[in-house]
Design a protein around this ligand. Structure first.
Ligand code: PLP
Length: 489
């Protein structure tokens, strides 16, 4: 009998042992799934206490961190709530799910898709120090942006409240095309630019417009989780391609089954920071062209180059390159603006643009008009210049603090640009457990292995964002990380 508010025994929690056979799902995932199903099935009442992580880990013979991460995931998903006394079953507002009606096979396929999309998900709650990808929010010129918005509001006729051009406001598409031609060497006209909801909207649009379920697609591994989510959502047959110091590595044998889409971040590989070498760029372009594959060039943070000369986009290297160029204002402006863009290659622009126009609605016109004005009147370029200097200073401060205070063997990857550094750590410091403990300690580094489709020993480390944290804070923050590392040995 399980009582409301009473402790659930480990035996009641897991009627049968976890599957430890080779090839079985990771224990952490098994544990999460069992607890989720039991709670959804109404097996435990709201308020019942889960065993402590120590008790459960001892009973199950698994590491305490595995249990802690499972509890944290269930907390993030709302199945349980954590308080000073421990972890309790949450009060779910609806009746427990019993048997799901409907056809089993499609439901199973959909469940598999959701499971893949959410694999290695990391809870997101604000942007504590080390959160990757967040720009310097408190340095954004809010006053200038407010004036741009007010002006757009004041000067726009009532007709602006209607649906706009589904591909985006012509003024913004023109401003982006010009900016990309000049600063990124992209070959484009405004007509081939589509405004999307951030880079994520552009990635999803590529999948929707150009693929069929089951098509082969290649992702950088480790790579960007947003791209993985978009590819899995399209039921693509995803293969991870390893990344080394010169960017994505595609083995010769892979081309015997060419993909439909190849995702890359050539200017600044996410998360390792590698820059794709010119030789590999040219080879990839040539092979993709021959194979009829499309390369997605996600140029998400290339405006912030810190070392060496700016590297032009891959899209502009050859005329008619088989490249879908993706960009975003999430780093250069701010993430909640949710404005990104896709530049379609001329060869597919006609029918694809017509289809895209049917799928999009042309909203957020005032934001788009303000953004066009911001670029047009030079405020965007000024802001970029200021932020480039700021991020260089922050990166240098983080590097110094790591060298002075981390106290364990590590390798710093990347740093040519962007808003993050990646730290490779020895295997005795398992990164997911470390990242979970860092979150408890008020920091939010990413676990490098959680960016990998199939993590290898070298994928152990931390992704450290430095965009949104003042340079003066790094010594103390790195000392805090060093304490967590020491506790692991
Ligand atoms: C590789 C990569 N692409 C794109 C983005 C930005 O996505 P969005 O424009 O949807 O905010 C990020 C943000 O972290 C990123 O790391």
């Amino acid at each position: 009998m399980i009582f409301d508010g009473a402790m659930i025994s480990p035996a009641a929690l897991l009627a049968s042992p976890l599957d430890r056979r080779p090839g079985a799902p990771p224990r952490q995932r098994q544990l999460i799934q069992r607890l989720r199903s039991a709670i959804l099935a109404g097996q435990f009442p709201a308020g019942a206490r889960l065993p402590s992580s120590r008790t459960l880990s001892e009973e199950l013979g698994i590491s305490r961190n595995t249990v802690l991460i499972a509890y944290e995931q269930l907390t993030a998903e709302g199945y349980v709530v954590a308080d000073r006394q421990g972890t309790r079953v949450a009060a779910l507002s609806r009746a427990p799910v019993r048997s799901a009606p409907g056809p089993a096979a499609p439901a199973a396929a959909a469940a598999r898709r959701l499971e893949r999309i959410t694999q290695a998900r990391q809870p997101r709650a604000g942007s504590p120090p080390f959160t990757a990808g967040t720009p310097a929010l408190d340095q954004f010129p809010l006053g200038a942006w407010r004036r741009a918005l007010e002006r757009a509001l004041r000067e726009s006729p009532a007709a602006t409240l209607d649906y706009g051009d589904p591909l985006g406001e012509p003024a913004l598409r023109e401003a982006i095309a010009q900016h990309l031609r000049v600063s990124r060497g992209v070959r484009c006209e405004a007509a081939g630019v589509v405004i999307t909801e951030g880079a994520q909207g552009a990635l999803s649009l590529c999948v929707q417009l150009l693929t069929n379920p089951g098509d082969a697609a290649w992702l950088e591994d480790p790579g960007y989780r947003g791209a993985k989510a978009a590819f899995y959502a399209g039921d693509l047959d995803v293969t991870g391609m390893r990344v080394d110091a010169d960017g994505i590595v595609i083995p010769e044998s892979a081309w015997t089954r060419p993909p439909r889409l190849i995702q890359t971040t050539p200017s600044h590989q996410y998360p390792t920071g590698a820059v794709l070498s010119l030789a590999r760029r040219l080879d990839l372009l040539e092979r993709a062209r021959r194979a009829g594959a499309w390369i997605i060039e996600d140029d998400y943070d290339s405006e912030f180059r810190h070392l060496g000369e700016p590297i032009a986009a891959m899209q502009g290297l050859l005329p008619d390159a088989p490249v879908l160029y993706v960009g975003t204002f999430s780093k250069t402006m701010f993430p909640s603006l949710r404005l990104g863009f896709l530049v379609l290659p001329q060869a597919i622009a006609g029918a694809t643009l017509t289809a895209a126009a049917e799928m999009l609605r042309g909203g957020r016109r005032l934001d788009q008009l303000s953004m066009a004005a911001f670029i047009g009147n030079g405020q965007f370029a000024r802001h970029l210049g200021r932020m480039r200097r700021l991020y260089r200073e922050r990166q240098a401060a983080l590097r110094d603090a790591l060298a002075a205070h981390l106290g364990v063997d590590h390798e710093v990857l990347g740093g040519h640009g962007g808003l993050h550094l990646t730290l490779r750590l020895p295997p005795e410091f398992p990164d997911r457990a470390l990242a979970a403990q860092a979150r408890q300690a008020g920091m939010n580094p990413g676990a490098l292995s959680s960016f990998a489709l199939a993590p290898r020993p070298e994928d152990n480390g931390l992704v450290l964002g430095y965009g949104n944290t003042d340079a003066s804070r790094y010594p103390a923050l790195v000392k805090r990380l060093a304490r967590l590392l020491r506790q692991m040995t």
